[in-house]
Structures are given as C-alpha cells and as structure tokens.
Design a protein. Structure first.
Ligand code: PMP
Ligand code: GLN
Length: 462
C-alpha cells in the first residue's frame, strides 16, 4: 500500500513538474502532454488512499490556488497571458551571464552547497544594499536569511511566529498566499479592507485607503502579526509614510510583529516607497521580505530573502534548516553579482532599479490608455506591475461560466472567447468579502511590447 501511494505521489509530482515546464516552454497545447494530468490525479488518489492516510487538518481550506487555475486555462486556450505576474522579456544580459559563469567557471565549488541560510556573497551584498536604505548597519550573518523566493521567506515567517489561535491582520485585497500560510500555521486571519475613495476622473491606487478606526479595532491581545504588502499586489498601492506610521504605532502599542512583503520595492512610479522596518522602533519587530525574481526579472530563479533583527531571523533560520535548508548556489552567486553591479551605479539612470521602473511606467500608461478606450476603467498603480480595471460597464454573456463572482466568470469567458487571460480580483479577498472584488480584473503590464500589442489588438476588436 505504502509503496503504491508513494509511486502515485511521485507520478503526480512528475506530471505537475511536466505541466509547469510545458507551460513555460510552449508545450501546453499538446494533449498528450497535459490532458491526462489534471483529471486523473484525484481519482487515483481516492481509489488508493485508506481512511487513515489523508491530508492533515492544517491543509483544510488551503487547496484552491488561483495561479494554477488561471495559468492552466490561459495555456489551454493559448490566450495572450497578461494574468500571472512575470516578465516575459529578458533579464539583464550580465545577470544571465553571471549565472552561466557560476556553473561553468573554474570555481566548481559554486555548484555545491553553500552556507545554508545564505550564500556569503549574497548576504553581504544584501546587507550593503539595504543598510543605508534601512538607516542602520545590517549584520549580514545574523540579520539576513536567503530563501527559495519570497514565498520561502514568507512561509518561514508564518511558521516561526504564528501559533494556534494567533490572529494575523491581513489588509485586503491581499496577495493570496498570506491566508493559507496563516491557516497552515494555525493562525486566524483578520481582514481589514482598503476601499476606494470617490474620485472625479482617473482613479489611482492611492485612492484606496483603510479606515483608521477599522484598523485600530482589528488589533487586540490575540493579534500576533500584521502583513503589509508595499508596493501592493494587486492594487499597486504605495503606502504613505503616514499610513505606515499608523500601522507602526499600533504594532508597537500592541506588541505585534510586522511581516512586510516588499518584493516590488524598486517599482515605484508617482510616489516614494517607504520601508516600514526603517521607521523608529520597527526594526526589532519587522521582517522585511524581498525577491530577486522581481528585482532582476528572474522569477524562475526563486531567490528571496528576509531581513530583520537577529532575534527574529534566528527563528526563520530554524524553520529553514529543518525544511528546505538551502537554495541553489549558482543563482545566489549571480544575484549577489547583480546587486553589487547595481550598487556600483546606484545613482545612474542605467541602474536596473531605475531603468526597469522607467520602462514599466511607459507600459503602465500605455495599458491604462488602452483600457480606458475600451471602457474598462483602470486604477492607475503607483507601484508594482499590476493594474486593476473596473469591468462593471462591460457586457458579456456569462451564463455558461462557472463561478461565484462576476469577475471569475468574466475572466473565464474572456480566456475562452477573446483569448486574453487576466486574474479575477475576488481571488485576493477573503471568502465573505469576495463580492468587493467582483467588479475588477487584474492586468500584468510587465510584459514585452509584443504581448502588449497582442493584448491591444484583442481589446480593440472587442
Ligand atoms: N509576494 C508578492 C506580493 C508577490 O506578488 C509574489 C509573487 N512574485 C511573491 C511574494 C513571491 O515571490 P517569489 O517569486 O520571490 O517567491
Ligand atoms: N506573484 C505572481 C502574481 O501575482 C504569481 C506567482 C505565482 O504564480 N504563484 O501574479
């Protein structure tokens, strides 16, 4: 029985790996490759599993995943994919070369394990880059951990600090993984909403604000942590210093940890990114999380990190060393080289941290104009690489589409009928608030001109 189950698990794992690889290498249209994968999994599991062998309680309510659903659908229908957030253009050449050299050069040791919770060259580079930005000397060995993407750092943060019954404040709409990560750690999510202020003319992510009273009343003696995502996914909001100070004051007053997800930190347009961990009294209670994937347009490398006081980071290290232990050395080396290079030209317009947002700003404006022309009202983001569009005025016959909310049905309809894939915004809301997102869909504008032009063609012929 055990052997049989293990075999099934290995097969499922292999098939899913095949799917992801297939998606990115353009093979997903092939029936032979994919069709048998998804339908067969549950059947074979339910036939072979005994009643004792089942998923843990920890997993309950965490099985749905928006990326799997809509990315697969986009691939199946060969849709222009402006849904999932990854750049479909090349990262800087020198970063790619640094990765190639790390494996092919004379330093064979770069193909082997490195320091478990952070390749020395990378933690040093992270500390040098962020020390001035955080207004303190960051100890590379005790105040930084390198993980498998920002996901790894987030997962370690929740596992390290959230206990059964602890409340975690999540500001919605929210990046979807915060909820399952809270639940898997035994925590209880408490939602505080960002709501749009009434505006005349073009609305922007800055118009979406939380109510101070609502935020304050979410804090109580059971509150262990608050998750702040700045710049924000999906809205593109950059929190103002005043908003962050309000959150910081409440964290200090109630002795609460702040998990600050700043993966889009360099992508700021008409506003300035403020790091909550740099506000007075916050370093000791903030985990600041970053991603090389977003920083260097290499989402597939999966290198991320967390920074914070040694008393915080040491617990993330414990989770990490007892789970994944290590991320891949060549990519860590290449990211270190990337950070070193960008630091050496930090004030130059060529610095990737400046040139990428400069290019994305143009793409943002191009997409906003296009959406306005077809009657989808864009919410202009101040940061990140996503834009929400209000689709309440767009007619579509959604009667044949499955789903609880209009946005989900609309995206499925659009993928099927218009061959254009986006992400429904209700996916970024808690179960009881999904209606708040149903008038919006999320576009990713971090795409090549070719992809954006294909999207423009579809929208113009709508
Ligand atoms: N946080 C946010 C807000 C994200 O959008 C993403 C997706 N890139 C992540 C975390 C995960 O980042 P990574 O790919 O580095 O794991
Ligand atoms: N962060 C990416 C987004 O928001 C998706 C990452 C994923 O596929 N899990 O689109």
């Amino acid at each position: 029985m055990m052997i049989c189950c293990r075999k099934t698990a290995v097969q499922i794992f292999r098939r899913n790996i095949c799917y992801v690889a297939a998606r990115n290498f353009g093979l997903v249209g092939s029936d032979r490759f994919l069709e048998p994968v998804f339908p067969s999994i549950n059947l074979s599991i339910s036939r072979k599993m005994s009643s004792k062998i089942r998923g843990t309680k920890r997993l309950e309510g965490t099985d749905e995943n928006v990326w799997n659903v809509y990315t697969k659908m986009a691939a199946d229908f060969k849709a222009v994919n402006v849904g999932q957030g990854f750049p479909d253009f090349s990262p800087p050449d020198y970063v790619k070369e640094a990765l190639a050299n790390a494996t092919a050069g004379d330093r064979h040791i770069l193909n082997q394990y490195t320091r478990g919770h952070g390749h020395p060259r990378l933690v040093n580079a992270i500390s040098k880059l962020f020390s001035p930005l955080m207004g303190r000397d960051i100890d590379p060995l005790n105040e930084v951990i390198v993980t498998t993407g920002a996901y790894g750092a987030l997962f370690c943060s929740f596992q390290a600090f959230i206990e059964d019954g602890d409340e975690v404040i999540i500001i919605e709409p929210f990046y979807d993984c915060y909820k399952p990560m809270t639940l898997m750690a035994g925590g209880v999510p408490k939602y505080v909403s960002l709501r749009p202020k009434a505006t005349d003319g073009q609305s922007s992510s800055a118009d979406w604000v939380f109510d101070e009273k609502e935020l304050r009343s979410a804090f109580n003696s059971k509150t262990k942590a608050i998750v702040v995502n700045n710049p924000h996914n999906p809205l593109g909001k950059l929190y103002t210093r005043e908003e962050l100070q309000m959150i910081a004051d409440l964290c200090i007053e109630h002795d609460v940890l702040c998990i600050s997800d700043e993966v889009y930190e360099w992508l700021q347009y008409d506003a300035k990114h403020v790091r909550i961990g740099s506000l007075p009294g916050m370093w000791d209670r903030t985990l600041t999380i970053g991603s090389a994937g977003k920083t260097f347009s290499v989402t597939g490398w999966k290198i991320g990190w967390a920074m914070g006081a040694p008393e915080l980071i040491k617990h993330l290290v414990t989770v990490w060393q007892n789970s994944v232990f290590h991320c891949n050395t060549p990519a860590a080396e290449a990211v270190a080289i990337g950070i070193e290079k960008e630091m050496s030209r930090f004030d130059s317009p060529d610095c990737y941290f400046t040139s990428l947002p400069r290019e994305l700003r143009e793409k943002r404006d191009q997409v906003a104009k296009l959406l306005s022309e077809v009657g989808m009202k864009p919410i202009l983001p101040n940061g990140g690489y996503f834009m929400l569009a209000d689709i309440s005025g767009i007619e579509a016959d959604l009667s044949g589409e499955e789903g609880e909310t209009r946005d989900g049905k609309f995206v499925k309809w659009m993928i099927r009928n218009k061959k254009l894939a986006t992400i429904p915004v209700s996916a970024f809301y808690s179960a009881s608030h999904k209606k708040m997102g149903e008038n919006y869909i999320r576009f990713c504008f971090c795409k090549s001109d070719e992809t954006l032009n294909s999207m423009a063609d579809i929208l113009k012929q709508w």
